[in-house]
Design a protein around this ligand. Structure first.
Ligand code: MGD
Ligand code: MGD
Ligand code: SF4
Ligand code: MO
Length: 702
């Protein structure tokens, strides 16, 4: 910790850009955010959320005592009694109904140490297979497609600093200008350097306004769009045959599948005019190097994995992957969205991005944990399936780092499932809508009050440092797991010091795809960040003290070979399919959902910050003037959006920046304007991703 006036260098608590920031103590307690120009990704720039993050540290806003439900209401309790109650309930239900009656739900905002400890807690202490996390709702489709094609999923296989130096960037369903504002500079610099920007979004967003070319497809049709571009690339002879021969397999089948997507056919599916398709294909092929980056637009679909696969096919066919300044990448979303998917809180996974059903992986990790490999449970359910099972065979849930009452698809149903649980325990920093339903709520420390590592969307492992002491009455998530493990009979293996957990994570990840074994807190502090994979030197240790030369980390992947057995990337033959719910006479409009700049996710944190609420006070329904006229609604008037799952009401925001056949709602608010009351939990068969980005609705006056 710092003496008064000193600046603690750290990173933002919110999104995956993990902007560098400094924290200084202020008189009377607390901290304030100062710019920190030395971190290259944001060079001091922060969005409003990052700047105001200390507001959530204030007492009155955050929780400062455990709460337990007595006679139907949550009342303050001691830590000992709260932990006893959780351990008693989880242990009791496990004894009565078996380990799989107890579930665990984590979050991509948790540090690597927390995500690791939570996964270990589920498998070793509870012995349950029933663990998953909110990252399933985030980048799971891109992760599945990346693994399928490249043998490895790291969101960006290159640093963001490469973006301005490529020749053309196709940005698919990312509203970077609102979701990662400091990264907008990479797009401005790209264009200043003579590169071109194509943005694909059903809305003309602030990001799309930066583009040389904006394509506005119907929501849920990106797969056809990508196939159409691949068709044009083939038809115009722009494929890279030598690259295809040397670095890929499966082209013949993928090519044959794409050849069915004639431009006119693609126009009919997507609504994007043929000349615009041609322009996009030419822009992409003209320069030496080009990139495709996707975000939640094309990914949060019941065909998200195949959709991303189709964009990867386009990159492979043109020789734009695993080459300098070229490639496919996914813009991961949450603060630790990348690390959170690597260290074992996912249903099918062990630390180091290992597979839970791989015998060698089980042996290695069980060895580090000091348990019998056969004692580790198998893979469990994906996030929505897990939430949907609450109150049936799953009787109790421990939740850390998510607010599904607001953020899960078909949220009214999920809320009802949560209410039907025998027992719910929630660890949070605030009384979120989900925490308010719990039997026990534990108040935990926040980013400025604890140390830990995150892995940014670039795959850069970063150290967040403690800058201020937490209030009395608050404990860290690691202390919670330590206390529960001890009460459930596991007295060792759950240290409360984050660095100690990281040391174990290093060993558990060694030899895995996401190998952190060469990374230490000391290196992170000195170097400001290290890209994985970063194996330990042969002498062991990070290198330095073990004798060998430390591994420098891996900013750029795949330049020599892909991470597949034979080193070649895999084309996957994919075809377009309709959304799980297409518009019909009763529900003639498509609803898509997403974000606004001033609120974060379920809003649990940012809705408690006055400055952010002033900028984005509540939900709205964005619709085209033609649709507004048909419905008979004027700007600012309440409008009802009705789907097969329910009805939501919010003020109309009328703009010609959206397609007339589509309405948009941000999902940051609970209550009558909750967008997720409407959304469809149709899941991608490979990734388990729900269809947040397209469902059929009816729009009417409220
Ligand atoms: N302000 C703010 N920033 C955030 C977050 C936040 O909640 N608030 N969350 C963080 C997290 S976890 C994430 S995952 C990222 C998400 O970052 P983004 O992916 O940029 O965010 P979204 O707004 O969900 O979706 C992006 C765009 O997809 C478009 N879209 C909708 N349907 C379709 C479609 O069918 N096809 C295409 N091509 N586009 C479509 C929407 O119109 C929207 O403009 O943001 C991170 N940053
Ligand atoms: N309709 C629609 N729904 C969506 C999306 C969409 O685009 N459209 N996007 C989806 C996406 S991409 C995502 S990532 C999810 C996110 O949605 P959620 O999973 O609900 O994410 P958050 O709102 O960030 O919730 C995090 C919770 O954990 C708490 N918290 C923060 N840090 C910590 C910590 O260190 N420890 C503990 N114990 N708690 C902490 C916060 O206060 C908050 O209550 O929403 C998904 N839902
Ligand atoms: S862009 Fe993301 S990481 Fe940067 S300040 Fe804003 S929320 Fe924080
Ligand atoms: Mo996300």
């Amino acid at each position: 910790m710092n003496s008064a006036g000193a600046v603690t260098p750290t990173h933002c608590p919110y999104c995956a850009l993990q902007c560098g920031m400094g924290l200084t103590p202020v008189a009377g307690g607390g901290v304030e955010v100062v710019e920190r120009a030395d971190f290259p990704v944001n060079r001091g720039a922060l969005c409003g959320k990052g700047r105001t993050a200390p507001a959530v540290l204030a007492s009155g806003v955050r929780l400062d005592s455990p709460l337990v439900r007595e006679g139907g209401v949550l009342v303050p309790a001691s830590w000992e009694s709260a932990l006893d109650r959780i351990a008693g309930a989880l242990g009791g239900i496990r004894t009565a109904r078996g380990a799989d009656a107890v579930g665990v739900f984590g979050g991509g905002g948790l540090t690597n140490e927390k995500a690791y400890a939570l996964g270990k807690f589920a498998r070793v202490v509870l012995g349950t297979s029933q663990i998953d996390y909110n990252g399933r709702f985030c980048m799971s489709s891109a992760a599945a497609a990346g693994t399928r094609a490249f043998g490895l999923d790291r969101g960006l296989p290159f640093p963001l600093e490469d973006v301005p130096r490529t020749g053309c960037l196709i940005l698919v369903g990312s509203n970077l200008a609102e979701t990662m504002p400091p990264a907008l500079r990479y797009l401005t610099e790209l264009r200043a350097n003579g590169g071109t920007l194509v943005v694909i979004d059903p809305r003309r967003t602030r990001t799309a306004e930066q583009a040389d070319l904006h394509l506005a497809p119907r929501p849920g049709t990106d797969l056809a769009l990508a196939l159409g571009l691949l068709h044009l690339v083939v038809a115009e002879g722009r494929t890279d045959e030598a690259y295809i021969r040397e670095r890929t397999v499966g082209w013949a089948q993928a090519r044959a599948a794409a050849m069915e997507y004639w431009p006119e056919y693609v126009e009919r599916i997507t609504g994007v005019p043929v000349p615009r398709l041609r322009e996009a294909a030419r822009m992409f092929c003209a320069p030496e190097a080009a990139m495709v980056l996707t975000a939640r637009g094309p990914e949060q679909q019941s065909k998200g994995t195949d959709t991303v696969g189709a964009w990867i096919n386009l990159c492979l066919a043109t020789g734009r992957a695993g080459r300098p300044l070229s490639g496919y990448g996914c813009l991961t979303g949450q603060g630790n969205g990348q690390g959170g998917r690597e260290h074992g809180q996912k249903a099918d996974q062990l630390p180091g991005y290992r597979k839970l059903d791989d015998p060698a992986a089980r042996r290695h990790v069980a060895g580090v944990w000091g348990v019998d490999p056969d004692s580790l449970p198998g893979p469990g359910r994906s996030a929505y399936e897990l939430l949907d099972a609450l109150g049936t065979d799953l009787r109790a849930l421990l939740l850390m780092g998510s607010n599904p009452v607001v953020s899960a698809p078909r949220a009214a149903h999920v809320e009802e499932r949560i209410r039907s649980l025998e027992f719910l325990a929630v660890c949070d920093v605030v009384l979120s809508e989900t925490a308010a339903l719990a039997d026990v709520v534990l108040p935990v420390t926040q980013w400025a009050e604890e140390s830990g590592t995150t892995t940014s969307l670039e795959g850069r492992v970063l150290l967040r440092r403690r800058a201020v002491a937490p209030p009395r009455g608050v404990r860290s998530d690691l202390e919670v797991l330590h206390g529960l493990a001890a009460r459930l009979g596991v007295g060792k293996g759950f240290p409360v010091d984050p660095e100690e957990v990281f040391e174990e994570l290093r060993r558990a990840s060694a030899g895995g795809a996401a190998d952190y074994s060469g990374i230490t807190y000391r290196r992170l502090a000195e170097e400001g960040g290290v890209f994985w994979p970063c194996p330990a030197s042969e002498a062991g240790g990070e290198g330095g003290e073990g004798g060998g030369v430390p591994h420098p980390g891996t900013p750029r992947l795949f330049l020599d070979r892909f991470a597949t057995v034979d080193g070649r990337a895999r084309f996957v033959a994919v075809s377009h399919r309709a959304g799980a719910e297409e518009p019909d006479a009763e529900y003639p409009v498509l609803l898509t959902t997403g974000r606004v700049v001033a609120q974060y996710q379920s809003g649990a944190q940012t809705r408690r910050v006055p400055e952010l609420n002033a900028a984005a006070p509540g939900p709205f329904v964005e619709l085209h003037p033609r649709l507004a006229a048909r419905v008979g609604v004027a700007e600012g008037e309440p409008v009802a959006v009705v789907s097969r799952r329910g009805r939501a009401v919010a003020p109309a925001r009328i703009t010609s920046a959206i397609r007339p056949d589509t309405v948009f709602m941000p999902f940051h608010w609970p209550g009558e304007g909750r967008a997720n009351t409407l959304t469809n939990p149709a899941l991608d068969p490979t990734s388990g991703m729900p269809e947040f980005k397209a469902c059929a609705v009816r729009v009417e006056g409220a």
